[in-house]
Structure formats: structure tokens, C-alpha cells
Design a protein around this ligand. Sequence first.
Ligand SMILES: C[S@@+](CC[C@H](N)C(=O)[O-])C[C@H]1O[C@@H](n2cnc3c(N)ncnc32)[C@H](O)[C@@H]1O
Length: 330
Amino acid sequence: MAVETDLWDTYAASAFKEDAEPVFCWTQYAGHGPGPEVLGGPRSVLEVGCGTGRALAYLAQRGVVARGVDLSPVMVKQTTAKWAATGAEFICGEVLEYLRDHGETYDAVYSIFGAAWFTDPGRLFPLVHQRLCSRGVFAFSQPPAIPGAYGPQGMYKGGFAGRAMPSGRSQKPEPPPEGTAEVTSLLPDSLAESLLADARRDGIEKYVVGALITDEDGRVLLLRRRAEDFLGGLWELPSGGAKAGERLVDALCREVLEETGLTVSGVTGYVGSFDYASRSGRRTRQFTFAVNVTGGAAGAITLSEHDESAWADPHDLPAVSDETRALLGG
Ligand SMILES: C[S@@+](CC[C@H](N)C(=O)[O-])C[C@H]1O[C@@H](n2cnc3c(N)ncnc32)[C@H](O)[C@@H]1O
């Protein structure tokens, strides 16, 4: 637990911004998705893993009795100093211990990439249930699960597409088989096989892999197709066709390296797929995976097939295909 507390104290030092305003947002993108109405108009709330405290301050300013519990003493000291005047209350503690030891009940309990993500759901959920008023709401948001981590999840060093770091109490991913690259273990063969089996069943003739590489601000790396190329001028994710018999993970690493000069160090999740007709008219499916690259977003990009690269806000994209826009949620 001391290790985790240290980790969160380190997070606090970078995440807490003195000039931040109260805001209630379920995702890392401002104005994205639903708001506090998900909580059902509560009179009292408990945020578990309340971090920077902005959501609690937002609710407290609107008359909600707002309490948060967070593991980090550094964060709790800062949030108390900054937001106490709104009426929000911040308590330093481990969520399971806090819920077990304190009998107050709430109209809503929630977590925004907070303690619901970092705690064993088998232990957390029954405790939350005990602390909810009748017809109370438990709501939480979180990124995709870290492959190989079951139950409590972990952090991503350098943002959601950064290196996955299972937390101290998480089940660590299985070590890769001898002689297998680490990146392979992060795109399980079973997932690749099931994606390919679905594609075969759907009559797909060509497989393309795409890489979602994100910087610390959640911006996505896009490459612009040369004007004279098929779909010239369009921006796209680093991507390309898998060769006959080539594993998706190998195609992914090869394409990212060829198109950007960046080395994939891990695959952190499957983002989704879309279908289109290739230049030769073949039914094509692009499978997109979130990946980490060595050196992160600071790594030098060397283009080989495209004429420009850019880090783009997923909600303010340049000219991309409708499929890419939908995939990125823009
Ligand atoms: C990724 S941060 C996000 C928090 C918040 N939504 C924000 O905007 O800052 C996760 C927070 O959960 C807290 N946390 C993690 N595990 C916890 C636990 N077991 N009990 C209480 N807080 C925990 C951490 O200290 C951290 O502040």
C-alpha cells in the first residue's frame, strides 16, 4: 500500500493544477459524453478516488453534499486547501477501508478513472452497495482494461496510451513465453484469432492494422497521404496491410516502424475495426490497436510514405475518413 500511496503522491504533483476550475466530466476530454445527470440528481455523493477534486467542487457548488476519499495525502492536502470553500470535503484513506469503517450512506457513489478502477470489484461493489441509500446510484468511468490484469487495474505511464503499469495489488500479466517479444504478449493470440475468424466469416479479403498512438494530452498521431496517392490529402492513423500469414501484432509493429520510424513497445488495447473497399476493390477490414512506442510522443518521427504528421485532438480532427472519425469518437 505504501508503494501505491507513493505512486499517487507522484501523480498528485503533476495532476493537480492550482488554476483548475470545477468541472464534472466522465472522460479526459472536456465536454465529452454525459455529465452529472447520470447520478440522478443526488443530495449527497461520495467520490471514490477523487484525485484533483474538480468534480466534487462542481457538485458542491450546486448544493450537493459532496465528499471524496483518496489514497494520496499530497492530493488531499491540495484539494482541501483549494476546494474547501465550495463545501466539498476530502478525506485521505483507502476506499475499501473507508467504506468498511464508516457507516454514512449516499444518494450516489461515483468514480472517474478513480478507485473503482484500481480496486478489486469483488470487494468494492458489495461495500458500495451497503453505503448507498435505497435507489442510490453507483456510476463510474474508466479506460479499457489492461490486457492480462484481472480485477484491480493499473496506471498508464504518460496517458491512456502510455505504458500499462498494473497497480501493486493487481494480478500481473502472464510473462511472455520464452523467446517471444513482450509486445506479442500484449496482443493475445486469442484476440487476434477471434478478430480474424469474424473477418473470414464476413467475407473480408484483406486485413489492415492501424495504430492509435497518443500523447500525454490525449492527442492522436495522424499521417497525411501524399496528394498524388489514392485518397490523397486525407489524414490517417499509421496503418497498413498484413502480409499473407503475418501475425497482426507483427504487421502492426512493422507498419508503425516503416511509416513513422517509431518502435512499438506494447499493445495496450483493441480500439475497434471498420471495413472499406481497397484501391483494387477488395473487401478490407482495418483493425486498430492502441500502442505504446519507445520514447513516447517525444520520439522523432521519420516519414516514408506520407508527407506530413500531426498530433490531433480527437474532437477536432483534420480531413480524415468518416470511418476514422467514428473510430476516434470525433
Ligand atoms: C487517475 S486518478 C483520477 C482521479 C480523478 N478523477 C481526477 O480527476 O483526478 C485516480 C485517483 O484514485 C486514487 N486511488 C487509487 N486507488 C485508490 C484506493 N484504493 N482508495 C482511494 N483512492 C484511490 C488515487 O490516489 C488517484 O488520486
